[in-house]
Ligand binder design. Sequence first.
Ligand code: HEC
Length: 442
Amino acid sequence: MFRTFCTIAIVVLHANQAFTQDQESVLTFYEDIQPIIHTHCTPCHQPGKSGPFDLITYEDVAKRADFISYVTATKYMPPWQADPSYRTFLNERIVPEEELEKLYKWISTGLTKGDEKNKHKDLPTNFGPNPYRKPDVSYRMTKPFNIPGNQTEEFRFFNIPTNLPEDTYVEAIEFIPDNKRYVHHSRIMADTTNEIRGIDGLSETDPKVYDYQTKPLSDEFMYGWVPGNFPVFYPPGTGKKLYANTDIILNMHYAPSSVDTTDQSTINFYFNKGKVDREVYTLGLVERHIVDKFFLIKANTRESFRIEYEIENDISLISVQPHMHYLGESFIAHAITKDSVEIPLINIPSWDFNWQTTYQFKELVKVPAGSRIIAKAVFDNTMGNPLNPYIPPRDVTYGWGTKDEMMNLIMYYVKYREGDEEIDLVKLRKEKFESSKVTGDQ
Ligand code: HEC
């Protein structure tokens, strides 16, 4: 289907040579195009990452030039779900229009290669705190988990001891699925009691889970990975606290498989290098915060639900992450202050289960005490939803299974401090890149 559209697009593109042919400045791959591709495409399109092929070299790009114009012109790539006219984000994956124009002009003027000595060698590896930085520690599941080929979803718990000698603040967390096909999502929690050890692959239906659930965890939602999510990173001077000797509890969800296979995924932590004087907390708004009706999406209906939650003390939001499953159609959230000032948080007009992200704000977003956070989600449980897991549709309610539904808004925040509104996270991040280039802090 996509390829059919693609052919049409190529025809349109060639027919419409609207690009001004500037004879004097010939755009070349090494000088003009590679930096664009390496910034916006290569973090995913390189070996070991999610993209189905590499976009690194001249050949990689030149042979797919028309396809690349199509997927970028339609905004299919890079994937980014949040409506930029409602709110823009620090970690957004949007290619600026002037860069796209350059790319199209380069394609329409014959894919000039340029001088190889200007080749850009360092590949950005992620969209994290610094695309060139390597993690400080990597924790891999202690042994591979055997995913049985019995066509059932598996929800499993794992414990990974960190053996950290002292309390440490992390500025970024990254999850690397090992079995990309069957790792469906994962949730990372932190436990300091060390009483939940040895649970290599404990099933969530095991009665022991009830015992474990009574232990007070030091962090119940440290990070959630779903396909499409990238490392989360916190503003300079802030961090998520990882206590000495913490155990990481991994809650893994594996998709049904018809063949026996294995998984041994990894969590990477990037430690704060500078001073940390503010701790990052998590606020999770979930189904029990829905105020208008019971969370039941009746068969053959489109239903909308509303979450409302009052903020007690002034806070500064760092990020928002909506979460729904396949019936999700749209999600919008804002805060409203006591004086009725509306603070837009996120708008996802067309929900895509495969591309879920921790949306990080460009500035700390102050939400004053007494404000309400309001989220509205629409679910499409009709035959018209091509992703509906049940045909014919059935009544669906809350559950962890993908065929069940969820309505979550997970937010990271710090306690508000005077001057937070003035902090320019875009600038700080840029400065950090520059200084790490100088000091070699990769
Ligand atoms: C966040 C990760 C990510 C980024 C960034 C990204 N891609 Fe992709 N790309 C993917 C994945 C995953 C797929 C395969 C799934 C799909 O087609 O939806 C893909 C598929 C594609 C395809 C094939 C589409 C098809 O229908 O077969 C093209 C072409 C492509 N990407 C080009 C690009 C270009 C050009 C950029 C940069 C402007 C880019 N991508 C940025 C992850 C990414």
